[in-house]
Design a protein around this ligand. Structure first.
Ligand SMILES: NC(=O)c1ccc[n+]([C@@H]2O[C@H](COP(=O)([O-])OP(=O)(O)OC[C@H]3O[C@@H](n4cnc5c(N)ncnc54)[C@H](OP(=O)(O)O)[C@@H]3O)[C@@H](O)[C@H]2O)c1
Length: 292
């Protein structure tokens, strides 16, 4: 049996739906029954409640499992959560974890300059030292990060993308592609001890990103390069907690220092998954880009 954690989140729910679409049985871990409601009734999906931070709550979830896909929120408890979960998986005698990790696509981006990427590196090391068999899947920025409502997304009211990253490139990836690749990895053998970086098919400047959004929505969106200080002020106006705003500021500052972005689609190709372009993503989400 395969267990997927973080099943109610953005990546986890796409992955669980992909298992269902492929008629492959999967167990999905959730914390809150409300959050799990959209997953009810999916073919072959067994929903089990548990908290990754509390080993005693995971007995049912881990029973009979031979592979785990570990996902949790990129919040201040990510490292603590995943360390505790790795230890619980080991204690339960489950031999293998694939970690949904993360890696910036900026060439030269120092993962230790941003809390999110630093913690992914540290958790990967903890997993590698655990004695369990492991695989790391390292997607770049999710394309969803440009939707209104995301901290680095468009301002739908102003029809603007306001970011302090000048003309740098990023290579965002579609979560649906991640889901297809993750399911293929979990269903096949021979990936133990491997780490797979994964981006979308193009390195794009923010000007190119808004051109795709404008084309898809039939509405002009503009890229407005702002200063880091101005972006921080906007975060404060939105009520973003100061500590979190500072973390995102670190990420944006480090992005600015590395203008070129690499493209890695080998893992798409290995499983015959056609990499989704940003233009296709924008067309699929055209209504969401216009939602105020
Ligand atoms: N966003 C990006 O651009 C990006 C890029 C590359 C990699 N990543 C990485 O991808 C991962 C997943 O991101 P996402 O956007 O899918 O996250 P998300 O939408 O916030 O989902 C996180 C999931 O983890 C669950 N979770 C958190 N703590 C838990 C606990 N103690 N016990 C059980 N479940 C718990 C959440 O459950 P609840 O519903 O109960 O909260 C939720 O289902 C993160 O590690 C992130 O760093 C993100």
């Amino acid at each position: 049996m395969i267990l997927v954690t973080g099943a109610t989140g953005l990546a986890g729910s796409a992955i669980v739906r992909e298992f269902a679409r492929q008629n492959t049985p999967v167990r999905a871990l959730f914390r809150s029954p409300d959050m799990a409601r959209p997953l009810r009734g999916l073919t072959g999906v067994e929903l089990v409640q548990g908290d990754m931070l509390r080993a005693e709550s995971l007995t049912t979830a881990l029973r009979g499992v031979d592979r785990v896909l570990m996902i949790s929120s990129a919040d201040k408890r990510m490292a603590e959560t995943q360390y505790a979960f790795i230890d619980a998986v080991k204690a339960a005698g489950v031999p293998y974890i694939m970690k949904l990790s993360g890696k910036e696509s900026g060439i030269g981006f120092d993962p230790f300059k941003f809390q999110g990427t630093r913690e992914h590196v540290e958790i990967e090391r903890h997993l590698e030292a655990s004695g369990l068999a492991w695989t790391h899947l390292r997607p770049s920025q999710f394309m969803h990060r440009y939707l209104p409502g995301a901290l680095t997304g468009v301002d739908a009211a102003r029809r603007e993308l306001r970011l302090p990253i000048g003309d740098i490139q990023l290579s965002p990836v579609d979560v649906e592609d991640i889901a297809k690749v993750a399911v293929a990895l979990m269903r096949s053998d021979g990936h133990e001890g491997m780490a797979y970086d994964m981006t979308g098919p193009e390195a794009l400047t923010m000007k190119e990103v808004v051109e795709h959004i404008s084309q898809a929505t039939g509405t002009t969106f503009t890229y407005v390069p702002v200063s880091l200080e101005e972006k921080l002020r906007e975060f404060r106006e939105l009520g973003v907690p100061e500590a979190f705003a500072q973390i995102i500021k670190d990420q944006l500052a480090e992005r600015s220092r590395h203008p070129e972005s690499y493209v890695r689609t080998e893992i798409h190709e290995a499983f015959g998954v056609r990499p989704t372009s940003f233009a296709e993503f924008a067309q699929r989400h055209a209504k969401a880009f216009l939602r105020l």
